[in-house]
Design a protein around this ligand. Structure first.
Ligand code: ADP
Ligand code: MG
Length: 377
């Protein structure tokens, strides 16, 4: 075993020679505007072939983070490394055009006066034949080989987006940065283009940082999601983990509609009409929110004034009255006014379930799908 040679440009934390550094690493990036940190100590690592989604509401600092990595915005502090080599800190800076980074934005302007082939070839070096071969390869990968000599205005929005993707990937960038690339496309096109894009990105083996404010898009595209809020990464992990083990109440509601019950901790338990919930580590008297998603509410019929018996997985049933029910396509959404304090709880049910308003029913909630957070946390 040999140890890695000392390299002043290699960040610490990769102890052995065979521990490959991440393709892209950003460390403690900060950016202030008007004295406000809009990107506040953001650190991320992305491997080659990995798709990381930076997901968060509008204005949380996603695009600013991306622009710093691209090199078109300077950070106030923090460093950026590619394959373990420093490319930018507050003193040293590789210019944007030498970073080998591909970029795609929502308004991915193609050059209108250039053919599809010339658009894709734009950033390519090499002989005419080499360029033509790479252009053909990429255009067939995005199923646009037949449009090679057309001009952008002859293509649909979705086709133009695929040309932009081919153009960005043509020089084999080590990193792809994509800022809300699909939000300009109409809904029906979007899923297909997302899937096709993802397949191509995986084939080209770039490290991908995709910015989006849409949870469904992040769930669909990401190997890993970094959830961002007010300039900070609040949670990071595989989509399943971020969805099922949210860091806080806002993380739950960012992904879906939620129901919330209020309670107070007593002996590490929070009492509710649906039974007790564990509230480990929270002192007595702490106000807590018990948060759960509509799809984890179970509905039972009234049986002579009674609901189902309590169980370990579903807890205690509580009585409610149907307020309204809507069919949403894949599921039905039913709203109940609850007897215990008059609050409204939502339940979603697969397929068609449209009970009439005024009907008495009993609700239970999947206990392992409930999250207990201190109120306001
Ligand atoms: N050049 C700028 N000057 C001043 N404020 C800016 C500038 N760029 C972005 N901001 C502010 O920084 C915050 C984050 O912006 P941005 O990174 O574009 O968010 P996102 O992409 O998540 O919607 C916003 O409040 C925005 O108004
Ligand atoms: Mg943005």
């Amino acid at each position: 075993m040999t140890s890695a040679p000392a390299d002043p440009q290699t960040p610490s934390g990769y102890p052995t020679a065979d521990a490959r550094p991440p393709r892209l690493e950003i460390r403690n990036l900060r950016r202030f505007f008007d004295g406000r940190a809009v990107v506040d100590d953001v650190s991320l690592q992305i491997e080659a072939g990995q798709v990381m989604c930076l997901l968060g509401p509008s204005g949380c600092g996603k695009s600013t983070t991306l622009r710093m990595i691209a090199g078109v915005e300077m950070q106030d502090s923090g460093e950026i490394y590619v394959d373990g080599k420093l490319i930018c800190d507050t003193v040293f800076r590789v210019p944007p055009e030498r970073r080998e980074i591909g970029l795609i934005f929502q308004d991915f302007a193609l050059f209108p006066h250039l053919s599809v082939a010339d658009n894709v070839a734009f950033g390519l070096k090499g002989s005419k034949d080499e360029k033509r071969a790479r252009v053909q390869e990429l255009l067939s990968k995005v199923s646009l080989a037949q449009y090679i000599d057309e001009f952008p205005h002859q293509l649909s929005g979705g086709e133009q987006q695929r040309v932009a993707l081919a153009r960005a990937l043509a020089p084999k960038p080590r990193i792809m940065l994509m800022d809300e690339p699909f939000s300009g496309l109409d809904n029906r096109l979007r899923d297909g283009i997302r899937d096709e894009t993802l397949a191509l990105l995986k084939e080209e083996d770039a490290a991908v940082l995709l910015v989006t404010h849409e949870p469904e898009e992040a769930m669909r595209m990401a190997d890993e999601i970094a959830l961002m809020r007010a300039g900070k990464i609040v949670q990071q992990g595989a989509p399943y983990n971020v969805y099922t083990r949210p860091a806080d109440r806002a993380a739950v509601s960012f992904f879906s509609d939620t129901n919330v019950l209020r309670s107070e901790v007593n002996g590490a338990l929070a009492q509710t009409p649906f039974g007790q919930f564990l509230a480990p580590g929270l002192p007595d008297g702490t106000e807590v929110d018990i948060v759960f998603r509509p799809q984890h509410v179970k509905i039972d019929f009234d049986r002579n004034g009674r609901g189902p018996n309590p169980t370990a997985t579903d807890g205690v049933a509580a009585r409610g009255v149907v307020q309204r029910a809507r069919f949403l396509g894949n599921e039905s959404l039913v709203e109940f006014r609850m007897d215990f304090d008059g609050c409204v709880l939502k339940a979603t049910v697969p397929n068609v379930f449209l009970p009439e308003a005024g009907r008495v029913m009993w609700l239970t909630v999947r206990r392992d799908r409930c999250f207990v957070f201190p109120t306001g946390g």
